[in-house]
Write a protein that binds this ligand. Structure first.
Ligand SMILES: O=C(O)CCC(=O)C(=O)O
Ligand SMILES: [Fe+2]
Length: 261
């Protein structure tokens, strides 16, 4: 990545809440990840409540050499570094998420779990996911869709959603008119196998149904950075952040409150 491209990607992360870095995995490592994920999936029984996310296999890097190699993947770390994101550290594990042929869409949601904390207002990302897609993705096989800018700006959809995952969304009917809707501002994130999608935990995202005959797999790794102002940030720092009580305990919440304008 040239320095200009890296700056553009960072700006896209800050403005839109996501970006794509193409061709990050070598063909050989992509093959290894496909084989490894197929093995892990074969010995896994997905609980019924995660059907909108697919298999949902959680794997610790310390238990799996290939997964650890993915978490340490030098081209990805290098890209993060060029973007000024080198202070993001992985949680040490991944989630393998799939859509098998015929499987339903994933509902609209965001994954930020600290909406009572003023750090919800950072104009830069604090928690991101890195998703490696192991197949080309299209609208037909269940690609990701994102509504740009919703990590920082409330839209009417925010107030119509059932809260994500275990907080309710896993239990909605698959014809829910809001959770599985199309939105006029959504972007379909169609990528080539071996690409990396970065997204801010706060951005609204979902995934299409898989209408094809082939499994679509991604390996997602959560990453977090320290509660500091990133060195690249030259803009104003919101007062709620400078006033934030570092010693305070902020009760977790998946529901955006007053910190999402
Ligand atoms: O399946 C996908 O493409 C996205 C998965 C996701 O966002 C999630 O499981 O929270
Ligand atoms: Fe998500």
């Amino acid at each position: 990545m040239t320095p200009d491209v890296a700056t553009n990607k960072r700006e896209q992360m800050l403005r839109d809440g996501f970006c794509v870095i193409e061709g990050i995995l070598s063909d050989a490592f992509l093959e290894q990840l496909i084989d490894q994920s197929e093995d892990l999936i074969a010995s896994h029984v997905p609980p019924p409540d995660v059907r909108y996310q697919g298999q949902h296999v959680v794997v610790e890097g310390k238990d799996n050499r290939i997964i650890q190699e993915m978490l340490d993947w030098a081209p990805a770390r290098q890209s993060l570094k060029q973007m000024g994101f080198d202070d993001f550290a992985s949680h040490g594990n991944v989630i393998i998420l799939t859509k098998d042929p015929g499987e339903p869409a994933l509902y609209w949601h965001q994954d930020w779990m600290q909406w009572n904390d003023p750090s919800s207002c950072t104009p830069w990302p604090q928690v991101i996911f890195l998703s490696y897609y192991l197949q080309d993705t299209t609208v037909e096989n269940g690609c990701l869709k994102v509504i740009p800018g919703t990590h920082l700006k409330r839209i009417p959809l925010h107030d119509q959603l059932v809260p994500a995952h275990e907080q309710g969304a896993r239990f909605v009917a698959d014809d829910h008119p809001v959770m599985f809707s199309n939105h006029p501002d959504q972007v379909d994130v169609k990528v080539k196998a071996g690409s990396l999608v970065l997204a801010d935990a706060r951005v609204l995202h979902a995934a299409h149904k898989n209408l094809t005959d082939h499994r679509r797999t991604l390996i997602l790794a959560w990453h977090r950075r320290p509660d500091t102002i990133p060195p690249y940030w030259k803009g104003l720092v919101p007062e709620v952040l400078t006033d934030r009580d570092e010693g305070a305990e902020y009760a977790g919440s998946r529901i955006p409150g007053t910190f999402l304008e």
